[in-house]
Design a protein around this ligand. Structure first.
Ligand code: SAM
Ligand code: SF4
Length: 333
């Protein structure tokens, strides 16, 4: 067997790339962004589509097979289908997905699918208009729901729905989301709140552990374990008897899945991060804009992956002390 081209010291091989295409967003979720003035990256710092395409091509030649576009809110970046088309045509790329808050999905789903996007993860924290606006500090539930209907119309299913629970704020939505998965072909995934420091101060007692969510669901609906879609998939999936969709749990805080992680991330301003919780990053933008040839960029990417953290980066106490310099919306979730 040839040595993998993007391997770390612990034998993990990188196959999956998350690209943040913007730090900007049309919502202000409580746990992700502040509500006031936000120091956005200046436009000239954001990687151009040509720069993103170049890095993705180099990474594909090193073994990356899947790309997910994220942000901020990726759909607010102008001409996103142009980038999607470019990325979906790269030799070696087998899967292109988008994580979105769904606000612009009704208009954008079709052009993105035509451009080569294969899957959408839609984030939505409440199925009630007032709860939605409380969680995201903006109105828009009806737009997200019409985006979901559009995905069904276009047969872009199964859709994954990401729900972050905040204790005392939207935990009343657990059963409503399960009932949504009972009647629609959606995989509803409950994601544990992470201390990524962008929104309101993280309080550990706001976190609703995935295990507790599962227990609360099982008091009403028996769940049948299905397992992970693949070993590196973050969600542990369960079926509900007779359901059109299923339920997933992503528990990065209480049950970290670092040992199977196959991801790296590129921030909108061109930094490579080997973990959401990395304390270091590699300045790819400087190489891209400094005239480095592809071979030099490939070396820098391999060196970054070689330094990938063993895991356990999410040390809550450490996090409180360090006050992360980069917030979730500046990394790309
Ligand atoms: N704007 C898009 C969206 O909301 O899906 C893409 C970016 S967002 C940062 C990606 C995912 O990260 C969303 O599902 C969001 O709920 C989640 N997220 C953001 N901040 C988080 C936090 N502090 N803890 C857990 N998940 C978080
Ligand atoms: Fe925007 Fe997504 Fe962050 Fe919400 S979670 S503020 S939608 S980037």
């Amino acid at each position: 067997m040839p040595t993998p081209l993007l391997a770390d010291r612990f034998g993990r091989v990188v196959r999956s790339l998350r690209i943040s295409v913007t730090d900007r967003c049309n919502l202000r979720c409580l746990y992700c962004m502040p509500d006031g003035e936000i120091p956005w990256f200046p436009k000239k710092r954001i990687l151009t589509y040509e720069e993103i395409g170049r890095v993705a091509t180099i990474l594909a030649s090193l073994g990356v097979r899947e790309i997910r576009l994220t942000g901020g809110e990726p759909l607010v970046r102008r001409d996103l289908p142009v980038l999607a088309r470019m990325l979906s045509r790269i030799e070696g790329i087998e899967d292109l997905a988008v994580t979105t808050n769904g606000l612009l999905l009704a208009e954008m789903a079709e052009p993105l699918l035509v451009a080569g996007v294969r899957r959408f993860n839609v984030h939505m924290d409440s199925l009630e208009p007032a709860g939605f606006s409380r969680m995201s500090r903006r109105a828009g539930l009806d737009r997200v729901l019409s985006g979901l209907r559009e995905l069904e119309r276009l047969k872009a299913t199964p859709v994954k729905i990401n729900v972050v629970l905040l204790r005392g704020v939207n935990e009343d939505q657990i059963v409503r989301f399960v009932e949504l998965a009972l009647c629609r072909p959606y995989q509803v995934r409950f994601i544990e709140l992470m201390p990524l420091g962008g929104g309101e101060p993280f309080e550990l007692d706001r976190l609703v552990p995935g295990r507790e969510v599962r227990r609360r669901i099982e008091e009403i609906y028996p769940l049948v374990p299905v397992g992970r879609d693949r070993p590196s998939a973050p969600a542990n999936v369960f079926r509900i008897a007779g359901g059109a969709g299923d339920i997933g749990f992503i528990n990065p805080v209480t049950e970290p899945f670092c040992a199977d992680c196959d991801r790296i991330r590129i921030t909108a301003d061109g930094r490579i991060r080997t973990c959401l919780f990395s304390r270091t990053e590699t300045d790819l933008a400087a190489l891209l804009r400094g005239g480095s040839p592809d071979a030099r960029i490939a070396e820098a990417l391999q060196a970054a992956v070689a330094r990938k953290e063993a895991g356990g980066c999410l040390d809550l106490h450490q996090f409180y002390r360090e006050r992360l310099q980069r917030k979730m919306w500046q990394i790309g979730g």
